[in-house]
Design a protein around this ligand. Structure first.
Ligand code: HPA
Length: 263
């Protein structure tokens, strides 16, 4: 197992990472958002990638998700923990809550969302019934328990296009669809990881009530405050991973109808 953490808004770097190397590989899809930072965290080797770039310059729709996943795969990564700031839709998803979702709905458009473009390589459809690796989800929940951090088990992540936030009507529709959380970066990242054969799980941090779920408009000051608070908890969970057995397998992930799942 080689573990990577993709850090989102509020998690541009891991201060506790004892860095041993940095490189920004070229992939068939271009360069990843930032250099891959290799190091050790609580005794475990880990690769860190800042999803939005080192200076947080890439908005969700401009991220080269294919290059990010391809670069991690080239680096020998087998498991990916995706940290993401989200809005809370359903009552259990109050700001400050950490969640390990178990389902997602994709509302994005116009993003490069697949490695399988047909042509000579043929037509490939990966299974995506369970978008997240169950074993890696369990690892995160166990790490949370070890670190004394409460994590909500399960929830449906709805991924919107952004960068604007949603209307209250859009959030009401998403709630009717079954979404508990709303974010902007979960797709196509999760699907590309599946296509690449990487086990992938999301650790979501609720930083605001989604549009229409609280009085007034969404406050950026509130988001900033919850982001800092939430990411401090995320770091404790990631440190907790160090004490867990490293053999999170890839069950419920990585199967493809053609048998060829490499980018
Ligand atoms: N909507 C979409 N993405 C988000 C939100 C939100 O309310 N909060 C943090 N990321």
């Amino acid at each position: 197992m080689r573990l990577a953490v993709i850090g989102g808004s509020g998690l541009g770097r891991l201060e506790a990472l004892d860095i041993t190397g940095r490189f920004r590989p070229e992939t068939p899809y271009g360069k990843p958002s930032a250099p891959l930072v290799v190091g050790r965290l609580a005794g475990r080797e880990l690769v860190f990638l800042a999803r939005h770039g080192e200076g947080h310059t890439l908005p969700p729709h401009r991220i080269n998700y294919r290059a990010n996943i391809a670069a991690l795969r080239q680096a020998g990564v087998s498991h990916v923990i995706a940290v993401a700031a989200v809005g809370g839709i359903t009552p259990a998803m109050a700001p400050g809550t950490l969640v390990v979702p178990d389902q997602l709905i994709d509302y994005t458009y116009g993003r490069e969302h697949t490695f399988f473009e047909g042509g000579e390589s043929g037509v490939t459809h990966v299974d995506f019934t369970y978008p997240y690796s169950e074993d890696l989800r369990r690892c995160l929940l166990t790490a949370g328990a070890a670190a004394g951090v409460d994590i909500v088990e399960g929830g449906c992540y709805g991924c919107t296009q952004g960068p604007r936030l949603e209307t209250a009507a859009e959030i009401a529709r998403m709630e009717r669809d079954g979404c508990d959380l709303v974010g902007m970066t979960g797709m196509p990242e999760a699907a590309l990881a599946r296509e690449a054969g990487l086990a992938y799980a999301c650790l979501a941090v609720v930083v605001n009530w989604a549009a229409g779920k609280a009085e007034g408009i969404v406050s950026m000051a509130e988001i900033e405050a919850n982001l800092a608070r939430g990411m401090a908890k995320v770091k404790r969970v990631l440190l907790g991973l160090g004490s867990i057995s490293a053999n999170a397998a890839t069950s419920r992930s990585g199967s493809s109808l053609s048998g060829e799942s490499s980018p």
